[in-house]
Ligand binder design. Structure first.
Ligand code: ADP
Ligand code: MG
Length: 432
């Protein structure tokens, strides 16, 4: 049971904080009466700061902020939360109902009961958590119909430039082009965690290392009481080198089985833990047959390209990974949208197929340089095949610099393909 005096001190301390350094993010969340606004995302993506940005600085006392990972609130049961509310109301008897901000709720068991109680009492409630399961399991079962869920990713390139104080709209874009290009390189190399973006160059890698270790320790090892730590480390090491590439659980199994105590099941489970912690994403092949979707290899993307510094850095794969993350950022607001890859029997590949409720909306190829005729033909041809097969004429190649529109036709297939430079695509925000 938390100590009430300590809680009061915690609350008062919070209200004395200054929120000067909080830079606005692009995500805008809505609140609806009777629903909690839930923000999930990887540790260190900026969820806590996002909550801070919601606070009206003229009246911070109207907000009750509770960080469930703070020692004051340990141990805590849902029933104990009444004490927290009491402590607040004893401090501020004149305020009837504060806006309640609950940070990292997964740290409390049965936290949904706290949220339900608050909603029943007509409080406005915001919740954050660093586990995607918050969405799929707890929220879906216990808060069904009582939440609005958003995902906060590390910074988009637009946000990254804002954090760097560089303007890119209108004429500023042309004035700042050299700077923007330089920052794009940094964005791909060191990634997009907010604190890393703000830090001087010589400490970025240290911060990333710390993030990575904490994510693995807290959100994977401890949360799931992982027994085979050695295997987990091997899978991580593999992932940091295999990002933007295919992974197959079968071939990993064959790779490890001589050396490690391992089953295919364990490999799949550990990857599921890593996905749940938002360390990485495993993208499926696009296709209608459920079986094909399950057995086909996945494509692996990291939550942040900076983490690849501890594996095997590669610019082309950084670019593809950054495109994947941006697609997710854009599409996370549209629950029916799905990102997959496409590959046919002849081995033709399209990096991203964006579909909405089963209908393909966009085909995207990431290819830095198209000056080589063979590459050009290969990329275009794959797009045309996919276009024909999937019934989608909206095709794009994201390049490093080449820009334009091309009408292409091969073997009786024809179509219009847009070429768009990475920086331009990242700075735009269209959902087509
Ligand atoms: N909007 C922001 N403005 C300025 N700095 C930020 C912002 N968001 C995150 N940061 C920096 O990144 C760090 C981690 O962000 P935080 O909100 O604690 O992440 P999370 O709650 O998702 O783990 C912060 O301590 C701060 O240094
Ligand atoms: Mg936090």
């Amino acid at each position: 049971m938390p100590d009430k005096t300590l809680i009061k001190r915690y609350i008062l301390n919070f209200h004395e904080r200054d929120f000067e350094g909080v830079i606005p993010r692009e995500l805008t969340v809505k609140t609806l009466p009777g629903r909690a606004t839930v923000i999930i995302g990887p540790r260190r993506a900026g969820k806590t700061y996002y909550l801070f940005s919601l606070i009206d600085r003229n009246v911070p006392e109207r907000y009750l902020y509770v960080d469930f990972e703070h020692p004051v609130f340990h141990p805590m049961t849902p029933g104990d939360f009444i004490d927290v509310l009491d402590a607040y109301h004893e401090l501020y008897p004149e305020i009837e109902k504060p806006v309640v901000l609950l940070d990292e709720v997964q740290a409390v068991q049965d936290w949904e009961r706290i949220v339900r109680y608050l909603l029943d009492e007509d409080y406005t409630v915001y919740v954050t958590g660093s586990s995607s399961k918050l969405l799929s399991r707890e929220v879906a079962t216990h808060l069904r119909g009582r939440s609005l869920t958003y995902t906060l990713f590390p910074l988009s390139f637009r946000e990254f430039l804002r954090f760097k104080g560089v303007k890119y709209r209108g004429r500023e874009l042309y004035r700042n082009t050299p700077k923007i290009n330089r920052l794009l390189e940094e964005y791909l190399r060191s990634g997009a965690y907010p604190e890393v973006a703000l830090a001087p160059e010589d400490v970025r890698e240290l911060i990333l290392k710390d993030y990575f270790d904490v994510l693995i320790k807290k959100d994977v090892l401890e949360r799931h009481r992982v027994k085979n730590v050695h295997l987990l480390n091997e899978l991580l090491y593999f992932s940091l080198r295999a990002y933007s590439k295919y992974v197959s659980f079968d071939s990993l199994y064959r790779l490890f089985k001589g050396r490690l105590r391992v089953t295919k099941r364990t490999i799949a489970n550990y990857f599921a833990y890593l996905e749940e912690a938002f360390a990485l994403f495993l993208v499926r092949r696009y296709g209608r047959s459920p079986k094909g979707r399950i057995v086909a290899p996945r494509k692996l993307y990291l939550i942040d390209t900076g983490l690849a510094l501890f594996g095997e850095k590669d610019v082309a794969r950084d670019v593809e990974n950054a495109v994947f993350l941006e697609l997710n950022r854009r599409y996370s607001l549209r629950p029916g949208l799905e990102v997959a890859y496409w590959k046919d029997e002849a081995g033709r590949e399209v990096d991203f197929v964006v579909s909405e409720n089963g209908k393909v909306r966009e085909l995207i190829q990431v290819s830095l340089r198209l000056d080589d005729e063979r590459t050009r033909k290969r990329e275009f041809l794959a797009l045309l095949h996919a276009s024909k097969r999937l019934g989608c004429k909206n095709m794009k190649v994201i390049t490093l610099g080449e820009e334009g529109v091309e009408d292409v036709s091969f073997y009786g297939m024809r179509g219009r393909i847009e070429l768009i430079p990475l920086s331009k695509w990242l700075l735009g925000r269209g959902i087509s």
